[in-house]
Each structure stands twice: as C-alpha cells, then as structure tokens.
Ligand binder design. Sequence first.
Ligand code: NAD
Ligand code: 6OD
Length: 492
Amino acid sequence: MVAEGSGNIRELRNFIDGEFVASDKTFENTTPVDGTLLSHVHEATEDMVDLAVAAARKAYKETWGAMPVEERCKILYAVADGIDARSDEFIEAETLDTGKPRSLASHVDIPRGAANFRVFADLIKSVGTEAYQQDTPDGAGAINYSVRQPHGVVGVISPWNLPLLLSTWKLAPAMSSGNAVILKPSEETPTTATMLAEVMKEAGMPDGAFNVVHGFGPNSAGEFITMHKGIDAITFTGETTTGGAIMRAASENVKALSFELGGKNPSIVFADADFNAAIEGTVRSVFANCGQVCLCSERVYVERPIFDRFVSALKEKAEAMKLGRPEDADTQMGPLISHEHRDKVKGYYDLAKELGAKVVTGGGIPKFGDERDNGAFVEPTIFVGLEENSRIQKEEIFGPVCHITPFDTEEEAVGMANDTEYGLASTVWTTNLARAHRVAQNMEAGINWVNCWFLRDLRTPFGGMGLSGFGREGGQHALNFYSEQKNICIKL
Ligand code: NAD
Ligand code: 6OD
C-alpha cells in the first residue's frame, strides 16, 4: 500500500486485478522541490501488463461492464467521496511529486479529481442517443436508433503536470461508460494514481475494472499498453512527439485514439481591455503551475498603445512572485517537474538570448541559499524583441515564460496568433463585444477564452487542432469517444 515502506520512503506497487503487485525492478521517485527521495516505484513488466489486460477484460465482461448504470454510478460517487475524504493526503502527495504550491493542488488538482467522477456519473445517467424515422418505398417506413457499447478495455496514459486531474478526466468517462481501464501514470508523478487504487478498492470497485501499471514509455509499461492486442482504445495526454510514437505503435492493431497534446498558445490583449484584469489573467495564464499547463500562454500579443505599460506591469508581477516550497502559504510558484525539464527550459532561455531577445525579467536559475538549490526551480521570465518565426515563438517550452509582441491592427494580431502548427487554446482580452466574438471565432484553436483563462465547464468540448491533437474530451464528447455507437435499423 502507499503508506508502506521504510521511514518516509514509500513503496508504490502496481494495482492489478484488485491487488497491489510488487516488481523486482524499481525506480526512484524524487521531489523537484529539493531532490529528496519520496518512493521506490515498482516498474510493471510485460507479463504484469498482460495480467492487467486479462483482468480488465474479465471485469468488462463479467462485472463492471455488465453492471446496471445506477450501480456503477454509485461506485463512482463513492470514489469521488473517497478522494474528498483523503483530500489532505492527496494534496500532499501531489505537491511532493510535482512541487506545485499547495494552494493550487487544493483548489484545482484534487477537487477536480473528485469532480470528474461525479460529473461523468451524472452524465452517463442522462445521456441520450440518436433516433430517426425513415420513409421507405413501400410506405411502411423504418426506424433507426443507436445504442452505446463500451470499447471494452481502455489504456489511459497520462502526463505529470496535473496528474490526478488529467488521469481522472479520462478514467471517469471511460469507466462510467462501462469500460475497464489500465492507467499508466507518468513516471514523474506515480503517487496519486496508486492512492486512487486504494480509494477504488475501498469504494467497492470490482477487481480488474481499474488497474495501475507503473513505468516509462519505450520498452516499458507505456509501450506494452500501446502495442497490446487486448486493449481496444487508448487515451493519451502528453507531448506531441510522444503522441506520434503512440500513434505508430497503436496502428499495428488499429485502436481508437484520443490525443490531447502540446500547445503554443496565444493571448491577445487589446488596448480597450480592462487593464488590471488582463494583467492578472496573463500572470495566471503564463505562470500558473510554473507554466506547465498545456493551456498556458507562451505568446502574448499586446496592442501598441498599451504595450510598454503592459510589459512593465507584467514584469512587476513576475518579479514580485514568491518562489518556494509547496507547503508555504505564500508560495505562488514551485519548481519545474525535474532537472531534466529545467535543462530544456533553461536551454530555451539561453536560445532566446542568443537570438537577440531583450530579457525583460528572469532568464536564469534562482539562488536560495538553502536546500531548494537542489530543486528544479527556474525564474519566471519575459522576453520581447524576437521575430515571429524564431524557434522561441514556434516551439512549446512548457515553463514560466512568455514573449510579448506589439501589434497595430486586429488582423495583424489574429494572423500572428494563428501562425502556429499547434491549435490548443487562445485567450482574448477586450471590452469590445463584437470584437470579442469575432476574434475568438477566428482563432485556430479548440479552446478559446475571452476575458478569462482556464475557466472550465466540464460539459464543453475540450481538445486541440493540428499538432495539439484530435478528438474532444468533456461532457458528451468524452462519452462518445469511450463508446461505440451502434445503429439498429428496424423495417416496419
Ligand atoms: P510525455 O509525452 O513525456 O509523457 C506522457 C506520458 O506518456 C507519460 O506517462 C509517459 O511515460 C508516457 N510515454 C512516453 N513515451 C511513451 C511511449 N513511447 N509509449 C507510450 N507511452 C509513453 O508528456 P509529459 O512530459 O508528461 O507532459 C507534458 C506534455 O503534455 C506537454 O507537451 C503538454 O503540453 C502536454 N499536455 C497536453 C495537455 C492537453 O490537454 N492537450 C494536457 C497536459 C499536458
Ligand atoms: O481542465 C481540464 O479538463 C483539462 N483537461 C486541463 C488540461 C490542462 C493541461 O495541462
């Protein structure tokens, strides 16, 4: 179990067919706050993934998939209640694994983990299907109606930035639809997935309906899932290049795929915007979770009359930002997820300087003079002065950084915002109603905010275009992915 282990070091085992399963091979999970060892994680072997798939298939056929919807929902509500009941433990685990501030985990990550189960349990009870009356040449007519059938066994591969939020965002609709699941959490953040297994067991989840296998991508649990003949669909959130590798692997057995990938999201600020709201919103959209939210704005476009004022106000906010340990109440930004990721982000900071960017603030690694210097902290950073075709404006950095570009016309701003191969999210700040609608509708992105950022209604379509992926999560869109819709045609 999660709490087992010597001293404070936990042993995180796989969860297969209702049991916690150890492996001979383990890897270390450390916190990016100061490098302290948190746990030994038991890496699943290919045989273990086989066992998980067999257990999931059995649960799909005999228990979970065969259960009346009401009964299934009762268990899912119990899972949500179980997360809430252990909320403090979940918050602590998520903050240690990721380094994110406690205030963020307690307001966003963990409550959303519970909410995801409630929302999809509610939805599956009321979702409908299509029906059509059809004329036929003999005049008797026909009726067509469709029914939903779960895929069977779904592989869920999730990232490290919002571990519980993003895995449950997939697990809840997949499971409420009647699928059995195999979750592979990120190797960087294995704890809350293991705790979720404990919650599932306590909530009365039938053995095999929910499984967790730990490990990495290539030649490990991730690849064993994507190559497995017994897995019917794969839902993945992560980097675009990983999505490409998964797509190639899954093509062998032609699996249904849902991909939420990277972004290079624009934010457009017009001179008529509520200035303070635009600044506060941009502070969040650039720096939240240390910039490690796929929806973060890395490209900010500001109308020229307010450009200088905007840049200096954002600089002031960035410089006032309190970097620190997750548990400190005044911490606004934690570290990046790992030293490896910090090398990548710092590499982009250095590249920006080489390309001639003006560093408005940041660009380096902070010095604390305490154990945080062993962590993966990086400075919140703002650049100006780069060309739109520079790598800094084209590639996802996934850190607390933006480049700000001035613009003179709406057309120019929309053109620059849409000049990307990604298409995940956009944000527009304006008080002109007609412009708000016009610009938002002209954005080449799946999720578009006006005068807000990351305001979520879980019924709405969520997903990206281009390199940001395909398929839509959220509400009925998710239920459509996690089930096959079969048509029945009845000749009257
Ligand atoms: P990642 O692609 O490195 O890893 C995601 C998961 O895939 C991990 O569990 C990893 O072990 C697994 N994996 C890696 N290689 C694999 C392979 N070959 N086969 C099977 N599984 C494999 O992503 P990350 O670094 O964890 O997350 C950050 C990225 O995720 C960013 O690019 C970010 O934009 C993106 N993201 C997108 C969304 C969205 O909704 N669009 C949400 C969050 C994060
Ligand atoms: O809020 C959500 O449902 C969601 N999928 C958020 C994704 C954030 C990306 O890092």
